[in-house]
Design a protein around this ligand. Structure first.
Ligand SMILES: Nc1ncnc2c1ncn2[C@@H]1O[C@H](COP(=O)(O)OP(=O)(O)O)[C@@H](O)[C@H]1O
Ligand SMILES: [Mg+2]
Length: 360
């Protein structure tokens, strides 16, 4: 049973369509990431779920209770939803303690204890309590914003790019803290981000948003390995996309004959591999010519090497690649980097993925 159910949600600003026919289902205690480019409608969706914005069409039901249904609407403060915006939006004139305690009863007996617990949950030191927001770093401010949103024990937490202004290291550690805190509290969470690796590592369910629509929703591994189309594939990570001839569970392409999931599709198609499926072996022997008289499949020559620390990039042109859009970009460990000009064989691990969408 889904905990949050969004159905047919639509929103326009004048002539511009911000959301169109959005369906999303979130199970209790789970983590969903909505990933999409800037302007694709992510914030609009969160703000409508939170109750800060109205929808033109659609329904929202939270834990069996309709929040938005036709004309009826539950106001934001009665929804039991926590919201952390991109910039934290702390109250600048209030202390950290009063920011965190903003939604708590001012005269409640356990107010101080609760504030201290929340501060500890987001891994901040007690001496922060008397400070003002401007005396904290960006990462610390985001932790306070999260503590404030947790204070009222929301049933659902909405996070709108809360890590995007932070440095990489800080961002990873804060993301792990947030995931742990929300998981321990059993709070279902929706994280909005334009960063695909953040989405893939944070969530049980990833939803890809493009021009106001959710184009694909599923577990992170599924979306990464089996994206519906080229655009989703390249948005979620580096992809090697090759023209192929497909028949009965095999694809013939410039890398040779590769297994694909068996299906009805046959004939000309596009296949996708992730770079980590390709392994490069230096082989300076003369490559055998193939039956058609061209260069052999899966053999090529290194034309460029880009050092990048632990992961380097090696560009390879294939000997027999009619229709191949350009050199293949492979990842390689910084150990044993091949030299430019080396002859190489490319080995493929696992299945190639065949896009559902027909060739354009
Ligand atoms: N209050 C508003 N008035 C007019 N247009 C808006 C408003 N809010 C958002 N939009 C437009 O709606 C689209 C989606 O915006 P938004 O939801 O903020 O995208 P994202 O969060 O994915 O960057 C954009 O084209 C944006 O310009
Ligand atoms: Mg936004």
């Amino acid at each position: 049973m889904s905990f949050l159910q969004v159905q047919g949600l639509g929103k326009r600003y004048g002539d511009a369509v911000a959301l169109e026919d959005v369906d999303l289902s979130v199970t209790a205690g789970s983590r969903t990431a909505i990933v999409g480019r800037s302007g694709s409608g992510k914030t609009t969706l969160l703000r409508i779920v939170a109750g800060f914005e109205t929808a033109d069409t659609g329904r929202i039901v939270l834990d069996g209770r309709p929040l938005v249904d036709g004309g009826g609407m539950v106001p934001a403060h009665r929804r039991g939803i926590g919201y952390v915006p991109q910039d934290g939006a702390l109250f600048p004139h209030l202390s950290i303690a009063d920011n965190i305690g903003f939604g708590l009863d001012r005269n409640g007996a356990d107010r101080r204890t609760r504030i201290a617990e929340l501060l500890e949950a987001v891994e901040l030191a007690p001496q922060m309590l008397e400070r003002r927001p401007h005396e904290l770093s960006g990462g610390q401010q985001q932790r306070v914003a999260l503590a404030r949103a947790l204070a009222r024990k929301p049933a659902l937490m909405l996070l709108d790019e809360p890590f995007s202004a932070l440095d990489t290291g800080l961002r990873d550690s804060l993301r792990r803290t947030v995931a742990r805190v929300l998981c321990e509290a059993g709070i279902a969470t929706i994280l909005v981000t334009h960063d695909q690796s953040e989405a893939l590592s944070f969530a049980d369910q990833v939803a890809v948003m493009r021009e106001g629509r959710l184009t694909q929703v599923g577990p992170p591994q599924e979306l990464y390995r089996r994206p519906r189309d080229r655009e989703t594939a390249t948005f979620l990570g580096d992809a090697i996309i090759l023209p192929a001839e497909v028949e009965n569970g095999w694809a013939r392409c410039s890398l040779g004959r590769l297994a694909v999931a068996a299906g009805p599709q046959r004939g000309a198609a596009e296949i996708m591999l992730r770079p980590e499926q390709l392994r490069l072996v230096v082989d300076d022997r003369d490559a055998p010519p193939n039956a058609a008289g061209g260069g052999p499949e899966g053999w090529g020559r290194v034309i460029d090497v880009e050092f990048g620390g632990s992961v380097c990039k090696v560009a390879v042109t294939l000997g027999n690649a009619p229709g191949q859009p350009g050199p293949l970009l492979l990842r390689h460990s910084s150990l044993d980097l091949p030299r430019i000009g080396s002859r190489v064989r490319i080995q493929v691990q696992g299945e190639a993925h065949l896009f559902d969408a027909p060739l354009r």
